[in-house]
Structure formats: structure tokens, C-alpha cells
Write a protein that binds this ligand. Structure first.
Ligand SMILES: NC(=O)c1ccc[n+]([C@@H]2O[C@H](COP(=O)([O-])OP(=O)(O)OC[C@H]3O[C@@H](n4cnc5c(N)ncnc54)[C@H](OP(=O)(O)O)[C@@H]3O)[C@@H](O)[C@H]2O)c1
Length: 335
């Protein structure tokens, strides 16, 4: 089968962010044997894979798990189950969304744990199916942190696919949001999605505007994918009891903490969120309820996947870097 494979092993020891100049620095095309499903596993004939920031971190060796040189890259997609190992027979012939936990999605056939597959409703498109797990489940899990405390929330990189999902979900749950973006042309669309306030972190009056919004809405949860010095200042300007939940490293340069006393005297907390841990620790019945809600939201149009570019699997090495330069949607890899 055709596959797009990793050129390097392990970790790079660097954290330069989810940007690439040339995919050929990290990836190459190869012919690999079609994988075989073991117990509890399935083989999926790929229809489409989505490119997430975690894929770009991973191929560069800066994601939470080591690369395996010569193995296919890519985590998320959708396709048809063409082989099922013992215990996974119920999935045979089904169209599923999947996350290949050890990577391998950028190949004509993908080996995946059955428990990481979700049968797709007929009314979900392949494009939505290819981005059905990582961002939607993260959105559900993280907005729930704010929902439990009935708190307003701050969302950084709010024009990201995940940011847009969270803004719509928060609106539907009656939670107020302060959405942070770095380009003014993204502001109107986020307001239309239901953000209470949209602020441009690059504007000269950002700090004043954020301070005003924070005093008015009292957000106690900051869902942050950027994690730079601006994020640190945002957290410092949030009220007592605020939680800074870092779930991404888009900036690639960590901030300096300037207000350690707030952790001691204002009951503030800094923590991380990783979907993989959420999937390992959330009871299956709760996960199934969340999965059902995710598909319902895509099926009835409350959520959709914005696609910025479509490329063929065979063109990933030559075309991925260029395709990822447009940041207002997902790159979709099609077979
Ligand atoms: N921890 C987890 O379990 C988990 C799960 C899912 C996703 N994530 C993380 O969630 C984040 C968003 O994912 P996504 O798939 O929604 O991304 P995406 O749709 O590809 O969008 C990326 C967004 O990031 C913004 N951005 C990039 N670099 C930035 C920087 N230095 N400062 C501010 N904004 C920056 C871009 O803004 P412009 O539009 O202005 O260019 C763009 O809107 C990523 O960091 C990803 O790794 C984490």
C-alpha cells in the first residue's frame, strides 16, 4: 500500500510549534505491507484524514509520544473497516471515524484499535467524519470544565477549528465567552458564532479591553492553546479561583510566570488537558453519550468542519507545507 512515512525516530528535543517549511524534511513516500488486524483491532481503508496541529508537532518529534522511523504518520481520519480481529467483528464493513493512537492514518490502509473507532451516521460527510474525534471530543470535555463551575470562559486561538467548536457549544450551554484572536479579520465571524466578546491580542488596547471584559464577565476558566506571555498576562488578569488550562503549544516559546503569589493567595491553578488521558479515564458510557452528542451536532449543522485545502494522499510530501499555510480551516487528505 502507499503510505507517507516518518523519516526520523523518537523526539527532537525541541518545541518549535506546528509549522513546517517543507514536509520532505520529515516525511517520505513509501510502499508498505498492508497491516493485519490482531485481537481488538481493525484495518480501515482510508477515505480521508484531517491534518491537526498535533500531526505537525508529531512529525517534528515534539508531540507527547515518540516517532517510529519508517512507520506511517497521521492520527485522525475516516474510512471503511475491511478487516476485523477477534472481538472487533461488529465493525466489519462499517464506515468509521478513527484515531490511530500510534499514528498510521496517512496510508491507504490503517491499523487501529477498535475502541478508537466510532461508527459514523450516514448523514455525516467524510470531511466531517475525518475530524470527528480529536477536536470535537476535546471541545466537549473542555467546555464541560467551565460548565461544571457555571463560569464564563476565555478561549485563545479562538479562530482555530477547536476554538470555533467551543464558542458554539458554550453559547448553546448559556456560557459567556471571551474569544482571543491574533487577526482582526477573524473577529466578526466569531461574534456571529456566539462569542460574547472577541478581542484581538495584537491591538494596542488589548490589555485594557481584556481587563474590562474580565471584570464584567468574571471568567474562571482559560482554555489556552497558545501558552505565550500574552496568555500569562490574561491569566494574571483573571479573577480569584481562575484555572489556566493549557492544551496546546502554538506559540512554541513558553511564558515566564510573573504572578506566583496568585497561585498561593488567589487560589489560581495552572493545569494541562490531553484528550488521550480523558479517553483513558472517562467511563465508556459517558464517552458514548459525548460521541452521540458530537455526531448529532455535526448532522444537524450546529457544528461543521471548515476545510481550507484538500490534497491527495500521494501529494502529501510535496504539498502539505503549502496547504497548511492557510490557517482558517483544516487540511483534508483524500485518497
Ligand atoms: N490537548 C489536546 O488533547 C488537544 C486536542 C485537540 C487539539 N489540541 C490543540 O488545539 C489547538 C487548536 O487545534 P485546531 O485543530 O483547532 O487548530 P487549527 O484549526 O489548525 O487552527 C490553528 C489556529 O491556531 C492559531 N495560531 C497558530 N499559531 C498561533 C500563535 N502563535 N498564536 C496565536 N494563535 C496561533 C491560528 O490562528 P490564525 O487563524 O490567526 O492563523 C489558527 O486559528 C492546537 O494547539 C492543538 O494542538 C489539543
Amino acid at each position: 500500500m502507499f503510505a507517507v512515512i516518518l523519516k526520523e525516530d523518537g523526539y527532537s528535543g525541541r518545541a518549535t510549534g506546528p509549522r513546517i517549511e517543507n514536509a520532505a524534511d520529515w516525511l517520505e513516500a513509501a510502499e508498505l505491507p498492508v497491516p493485519e488486524a490482531g485481537a481488538g483491532q481493525v484495518v480501515i481503508k482510508l477515505k480521508a484524514a484531517s491534518v491537526n496541529p498535533s500531526d505537525l508537532h508529531f512529525i517534528k518529534g515534539e508531540n507527547g509520544q515518540p516517532r517510529v522511523k519508517g512507520a506511517a504518520a497521521g492520527f485522525e481520519g475516516c474510512g471503511e473497516v475491511v478487516e476485523a480481529g477477534a472481538g472487533a467483528e461488529a465493525l466489519l464493513g462499517k464506515r468509521v471515524a478513527f484515531v490511530a493512537a500510534a499514528a498510521g492514518a496517512w496510508a491507504e490502509f490503517v491499523l487501529c484499535e477498535a475502541m478508537n473507532c466510532i461508527p459514523l451516521r450516514d448523514d455525516i460527510s467524510d470531511a466531517d467524519g475525518a475530524a470527528q474525534i480529536v477536536n470535537p471530543l476535546t471541545a466537549m470535555a473542555m467546555v464541560d470544565i467551565a460548565a461544571q463551575g457555571k463560569s464564563a470562559l476565555v478561549i485563545s486561538a479562538a479562530a482555530s477549528q477547536l476554538g470555533k467548536l467551543m464558542i458554539g457549544l458554550a453559547r448553546d450551554l448559556g456560557l459567556e465567552t471571551i474569544a482571543l484572536v491574533r487577526r482582526a479579520d477573524a473577529m466578526a465571524s466569531l461574534k456571529a458564532l456566539g462569542a460574547t466578546e472577541v478581542l484581538d491580542v495584537t491591538s494596542a488596547d488589548f490589555t485594557d479591553n481584556f481587563t474590562k471584559a474580565s471584570r464584567a464577565l468574571k471568567p474562571r476558566v482559560f482554555l489556552d492553546a497558545v501558552a505565550d506571555q500574552t496568555s500569562e498576562q490574561v491569566f494574571a488578569n483573571m479573577p480569584n479561583g481562575a484555572r489556566w488550562v493549557i492544551y496546546g503549544n502554538l506559540a512554541g516559546t513558553p511564558p515566564t510566570l510573573t504572578q506566583l503569589g496568585q497561585l498561593i493567595f488567589m487560589d489560581k491553578q495552572i493545569e494541562g488537558f490531553w484528550l488521550t488521558k480523558w479517553m483513558r479515564t472517562t467511563p465508556p458510557a459517558d464517552q458514548m453519550r459525548v460521541v452521540g452528542e458530537v455526531q448529532a451536532r455535526f448532522a444537524d449543522g450546529r457544528w461543521r468542519t471548515d476545510i481550507s485545502a484538500r490534497i491527495k494522499l500521494r501529494d502529501v510530501v510535496s504539498g502539505l507545507a503549502e496547504a497548511t499555510r492557510k490557517t482558517d480551516g483544516k487540511v483534508l487528505i483524500e485518497v
